[in-house]
Design a protein around this ligand. Structure first.
Ligand code: C2E
Ligand code: CA
Ligand code: CA
Ligand code: CA
Length: 278
């Protein structure tokens, strides 16, 4: 704005300087958060829609800051992306997530998968693939147990680089899924050219699936399309019994949402495992 001449200075209000001050403060706190061990992973069950059996868990990041309290990812992931901090934070997430999954195997004997969110900057970092490999080998976890969730947004650029990274991850047998499916307005053709294993229907579609016939049609169409491309489908944001009945009827493979469980801290997730899946 500074380059646009005098008038833009006139629009610079005290509130704006407050905002940028806040941002700078948050950035400096975020820089120290890893070494101060302020991050924590929560885990949310992903269940087989037909049987209700646990299939995997999604790792969801929380930031416990002594001043700000618990900060949700929507508030700090964008900043972590802009500053590049997402790369070291993302490595920490991969390590912790793989470690948790290998702990569940010891606890239950079950092969419970772990899904990890990957942001664009992290995905394109030259060290990303080796960070994934390291997290797997450090924790003795089979690559098929790890699923990387990538948003449609990341695929918009259509670059050769993106295609190559996806191919390499697929070659390593890591599972790949499209997150927030249906919100990204990208051409559907990427689904056949990239090696995805599953897609997650965005919760905005699931939300009104019983109230809006259009949403029901869309969800039905997405499930059928995914299956004809041999992709598994996960419904996100499932909050009620009637929604699960609809999803069962339509053959949606997996479901995730408050109806089954909120995201839980590691200890509580283990407890959930003990009571729900002995
Ligand atoms: P997402 O990947 O779409 O994750 C699902 C979000 O929906 C989570 O929000 C989860 O708590 C919430 N959710 C789950 N079930 C329900 C439900 O039944 N109803 C409703 N209304 N919401 C539900 P959360 O944990 O706040 O995460 C927000 C976003 O932050 C995630 O969206 C993801 O894009 C990003 N994120 C979270 N953890 C990480 C991470 O480790 N790395 C990166 N790069 N991004 C992350
Ligand atoms: Ca996700
Ligand atoms: Ca694959
Ligand atoms: Ca999602």
């Amino acid at each position: 704005a500074k380059h646009q001449g005098k008038s833009s200075y006139a629009h610079f209000t005290p509130e704006m300087s407050e905002v940028s001050h806040e941002r700078l403060q948050m950035e400096s706190r975020l820089r120290r958060a890893l070494e101060l061990k302020e991050f924590e992973l929560y885990f949310q069950p992903i269940v087989d829609t037909a049987s209700g059996k646990l299939r995997a868990a999604e790792a969801l990041l929380r930031w416990n800051n002594p001043v700000m309290g618990m900060v949700m990812p929507d508030r700090f992931i964008p900043l972590a992306e802009e500053t590049g901090l997402i790369i070291s934070i993302g490595e920490w997430v991969l390590e912790q997530a793989c470690s948790a999954a290998s702990g569940w195997k010891e606890q239950t004997g079950l092969d419970i998968g772990i899904s990890v969110n990957v942001s664009p900057r992290q995905f394109r970092d030259p060290g990303f693939i080796s960070a994934v490999a390291r997290a797997l080998s450090n924790n003795n976890l089979a690559p098929e147990r790890l699923e990387l969730e990538i948003t449609e947004r990341l695929l918009l650029d259509n670059s050769i680089e993106t295609a190559q990274i996806l191919k390499e991850l697929d070659r390593k047998k890591v599972r790949l899924s499209v997150d927030d499916f249906g919100t990204g307005y990208s051409a559907l053709s990427y689904l056949k050219s990239y090696p995805f294993d599953s897609l997650k229907i965005d919760r905005t579609f699931i939300n009104d699936v019983l109230k809006e016939p259009e949403d029901a049609s869309l969800v039905r169409a997405i499930i059928n399309m995914a299956h004809s491309l041999e992709l598994t489908v996960v419904a996100e944001g499932v909050e009620s019994e009637p929604q699960t009945r609809f999803l069962k009827k339509e053959g949606c493979d997996y479901s995730q949402g408050y109806f089954y469980s909120r995201p839980l801290p590691a200890e509580e997730f283990s407890e959930w495992l003990r009571t729900n899946h002995r």
